[in-house]
Design a protein around this ligand. Sequence first.
Ligand code: FAD
Length: 421
Amino acid sequence: MVEGRGVSGGTGIVILGAGQGGLQVATSLRDDGYRGAIRLVGEEPGLPYQRPPLSKAYLAGKVHEGGLDLRTEDFFREREIELLAPERALRIDRGTRTVGLASGAVLSYDRLVLATGSRNRLLTVPGATLDGVFYLRLRTEADLIRARLAQARRIVVVGAGFIGLEFASLAASLGIEVTVVEAASRPMARSLSVPMSDYFRQAHEAAGLRFLFETAVTGVTGEGGRASGVVTADGALLPADLVLVGIGVVPNVELAAEAGLAVENGIRVDEYLATGDEAISAIGDCASYPSAFAGGRRIRLESVQNAVDQARCLAARLAGRPAAYDAVPWFWSDQGRMKLQIAGLTAGHDEAVPRGDPGRGAFSVFCYGGGRLLGGGTVNRPAAHNIAPRLMARGLGVTPAEAADLGLDLKARAHALLEGG
Ligand code: FAD
């Protein structure tokens, strides 16, 4: 699938990164009627695939061969999207509008899209590179972990974020003893309100997970080159035959930075997803953009929704229909029997209003800042989640008093708001 050496003929659109966002740009460009050449460059082998199942159904062995792939080979042929994979882009020359690839090939572009995603933040303590210390981002990493899970008896998970907890709950369901070590004082603290965090903590503990909060990992011990335990700052030694590190990601910005493009916690783009070079745009995990939902503040999101919606918005602009990116952020995470769904941006909220009964495993939490609805989360309430982004997209929202009032039919109220009643 890789082109030969030399400058390839035809210019068109070159997309770097064949993940969720990069593939969606190519797909939407064709849907929007773009007829020029589209070349999609991805460093991972095989067809573009989705990452969310890696820490969920795929790890549990419930995804059939090829079930992760976002599209079949036929799709690329029929849509005339040239997939160059595995192939790594090494440099961008903005003067000649070319991209140099690891194979030696050089691609010319009219328009360049950076969809290079993010990579795992690495644990840098002594012993962190021992065999048995894993990260979970790539299909190849998930395959390695799956093979080891069968023999694992004791696991330490470093980081109580989404991926760490999805993995931890799955491992615990297999009867493995799992300890989660987290520097913050509660799970998923960056994204969840206190009542929601508390609920997950209790539910996971009831399912057998053990948490150590406000503790840093200071080392990994080993025997015969293989991880045997984790040492914490307060001196505890936690035996482990598998260590999963889930301490966040860093955006892949190096190509852009070396080409002289601005970087600010991600490749800096404007509300049209354009960099300072009119020929180059960036989307997805690697891009930081000014968000209307954050009061114009620059943010960088790591979600399928963000990658896909930004890709669609960008493709429309490249096909001649520019519009500012203003989709409501949303996200999901599956942990044990709990489906968590989050809408909006709740960081910095000053009021969290729970609704429903956490004891029954299905409830919502509405988050407000200065009385304005910023967003919220639901557990096992997909219908409630589905309506929130529609309200927020229109700048509408129920008040804290309405959210707390169990006598009020919130769904009817939301529909009335949407219909202007
Ligand atoms: P990616 O999909 O990561 O694609 C970027 C691609 O660019 C990669 O394949 C990378 O190899 C390639 N690349 C980078 N540099 C180069 C280069 N120089 N040359 C060529 N190719 C390059 N989100 C949710 O909303 N819900 C979930 O439940 C959820 N679960 C997740 C579970 C896991 C285990 C992981 C890892 C992520 C999960 N996410 C989830 C996040 C979501 O998958 C990402 O936000 C999304 O994939 C981002 O899309 P992207 O196109 O920006 O990056």
